[in-house]
Design a protein around this ligand. Structure first.
Ligand code: SAH
Length: 603
């Protein structure tokens, strides 16, 4: 029986900065060969059964001989290196020797001292506008630095520098950087023994750092960081910019899919892709055969026994608004055929290949939102959305798609199909009565559409010029349920509600009413809040509220008020029959908020 050799990055010093995998290898090690003074010997306590050898005291060929002998004897060997083994770890020659001997090994990374120092300095090494690169380097010592990599040359780029193994020559080093054109006032810092109990941080500039370091008596084991990023004066990152959309953020929420999504996968690769997609959607679970359950986070997982795909799919069909199927389209089509009924009720179905190259909107493209869901999935995977609805290809905003996106429902769904067909006929023209912003955004660019007025704010109306037929959509009732402590201020309610709604892509102005429990009738803050918004305030009795089934009842409210749920139940009641929660109960210090939207059954 042969053993196992693992190179492990020990991290910068603090014993709890080793990785979980590194610690697990130590726990089962029979032999630990650790690299000298910068590996914290406290880490050896994680290897209670191991013989421990300090490699500073032995030569390379002895280290290799030790590894080989123990490997052949079937033992677990850990070679423990400071920081991350890939940076000045002198591991390449060990890998080479082991390769030559045909002995396998694995490598576990660690936290490099460059990153531990950045953490202690609380800086970002790459700040927009200042530096978007980091150079990890060193001054020549016993190991020479190849020509072209002299500090003067590297410094001329103006990028952030992390300099290892060089603090003993810091006066010379700072002089060289200034000679290379870095202004003397450039900020620079030294972190001595980052993350160790005797860590010391010295901050200064290229002009005065050396003197400060000498005065502190620091000569070794330090990271030198140089660059304007130390002043943290760079530009804001685009990452949190509201107008910037990337894989995990979409700048226009009304264009994203809204609702609960179940992501199905059958193979291990597809399960990993499903996890990637789930992390980018608002509210998604992953449905997998039990054998792949380990591959995704438990909080998102729903598993079924092998062979249970059909049942799991049927169950999710009614429960979820969207289904993303990471598998062959054929499998999906066979299962969808027996379930699909009407475009008013069927969930959005998107098929995606396991590489995420194509996200195909398969069913309920407009009303159900599958086109939007396919676009979301493609944005997350970096793939392409495959959309086959003609109106989208011709960049025409389909009436039912616009309605679904802005939470309207058709009053007479039977006429939808005729209007969808008419939209695709070039000769057809329409008069549209709708909020002007909506017209502006969706229809003003095309001369076939004519604005005929803003309407009543609660509906929009489309008239076919050819025959005068009308298609009318009515805004769904959206009810904001609120539970609050006594004497909560109107402003507090407003700020919290606005923030919570925005996170889910809604605006306060969109809601139809505010709802709460009878016992809150005299809350002036709540009244003022609704009045300022110019929204109706509705109250429900404890009996009415307790009759509503809610996902997240509150034991505290039950004890104090005899009501199991205020915000969720009130929102659901106020939004009318068939309502569903679009924002589940969200708590802030003095209040809870939930949002419900009228469903389809209320026709
Ligand atoms: N592989 C290690 C570097 C080994 S070379 C890593 O990734 O961090 C040794 C040099 O690393 C030291 O001279 C010093 O410059 C730096 N170093 C290692 N541990 C450090 C620590 N805790 N604080 C500051 N610098 C450290």
């Amino acid at each position: 029986m042969t053993g196992k050799i693992t190179f492990v990055g020990a991290g910068p010093g603090a014993p709890d900065l080793i990785t979980l995998r590194g610690a697990a290898r130590l726990a089962s090690a029979d032999l630990v060969i650790y690299a000298g003074s910068l590996v914290n010997e406290k880490l050896l306590e994680l290897a209670p059964h191991a013989r421990c050898v300090n490699s500073a005291k032995i030569a390379l060929h002895e280290v290799i001989a030790l590894m080989r002998e123990n490997f052949e004897a079937g033992r677990q060997v850990v070679r423990l290196h400071t920081g991350d083994p890939a940076i000045y770890g002198a591991v390449a020659e060990q890998y080479r020797e082991l390769d030559a001997l045909g002995i396998p090994y694995e490598v576990v990374p660690g936290v490099s001292s460059a990153f531990a120092a950045a953490a202690e300095l609380k800086v970002e090494l790459t700040m927009p506008g200042l530096s978007q690169s980091v150079i990890l380097t060193r001054e020549a010592g016993r190991t020479p630095v190849p020509p072209g990599e002299e500090l003067e040359k590297l410094a001329s780029h103006g990028t952030t520098l992390c300099i290892f193994l060089s603090v003993s020559g810091i006066p010379d080093l700072c002089r060289k950087l200034v000679a290379a054109g870095r202004p003397p006032e450039t900020p620079a810092a030294v972190v001595y023994r980052a993350s160790w109990p005797n860590q010391t941080i010295i901050r200064g500039t290229l002009a005065d750092l050396a003197a400060k370091v000498e005065a502190a008596g620091i000569h070794r084991q330090s990271m030198i960081v140089v660059g304007d990023i130390l002043n943290r004066s760079g530009e804001l990152s685009c990452l949190y910019d509201r107008n910037f959309s990337h894989g995990y953020r979409s700048s226009d929420r009304s264009r994203s899919f809204q609702g609960k999504t179940a992501i199905f996968a059958l193979t291990a690769r597809a399960a990993c892709k499903a996890a990637e997609i789930a992390a980018g959607l608002d509210d998604a679970v992953i449905v997998l055969p039990e054998k792949h359950a380990e591959l995704v986070p438990a909080m998102r997982l729903r598993s079924y026994p092998d062979g249970g795909f059909g049942n799991a799919f049927r169950r999710c069909w009614n429960e979820f608004d969207g289904l993303v199927m990471v598998m062959a389209a054929g499998i999906v089509i066979r299962h969808v055929t027996e379930l699909c009924e009407s475009k008013l009720h069927d969930p959005a179905v998107v098929v995606c290949d396991e590489r995420g190259t194509h996200a195909i909107s398969l069913l309920s493209g407009h009303l159900g939102g599958a086109n939007r869901l396919a676009s979301d999935v493609a944005r997350i995977t970096g793939g392409e959305a495959v959309i086959t609805t003609a109106s989208d290809l011709r960049r025409l905003a389909a009436f039912d798609e616009v309605a679904a996106r802005y939470h309207y429902k058709p009053i007479d769904p039977a006429v939808l199909t005729g209007f969808a067909a008419a939209l695709l006929e070039d000769g057809e023209e329409f008069d549209l009565e709708m909020p002007p912003e909506l017209f502006q955004q969706c229809y003003s660019a095309n001369s076939r559409f004519h604005f005929s007025g803003p309407g009543d704010g609660n509906s929009f109306r489309i008239r076919r010029r050819k025959d005068g037929k009308e298609l009318v959509f009515r805004k769904r009732r959206i009810a904001l349920g609120i539970g609050c402590r006594r004497n909560v201020a109107a402003a507090e309610l407003r700020v919290a509600a606005q923030e919570i709604l925005e996170k889910h892509g809604f605006r306060l102005s969109e809601i139809s009413c505010v709802a709460s429990a009878d016992v809150k009738k005299e809350e002036t803050g709540l009244r003022e809040f609704a009045e300022k918004l110019q929204k109706r305030l509705e109250f429900f009795s404890a009996n009415e509220l307790n009759a509503v089934e809610v996902p997240d009842p509150s034991p505290a409210a039950e004890e104090h008020l005899g009501i199991r749920s205020v915000s969720e139940a009130a929102a659901l009641l106020a939004a009318g029959p068939g309502a569903r929660l679009v924002i589940p109960k969200t708590s802030r210090e003095n209040l809870t908020v939930a949002l419900a939207m009228e469903g389809d059954e209320n026709d």
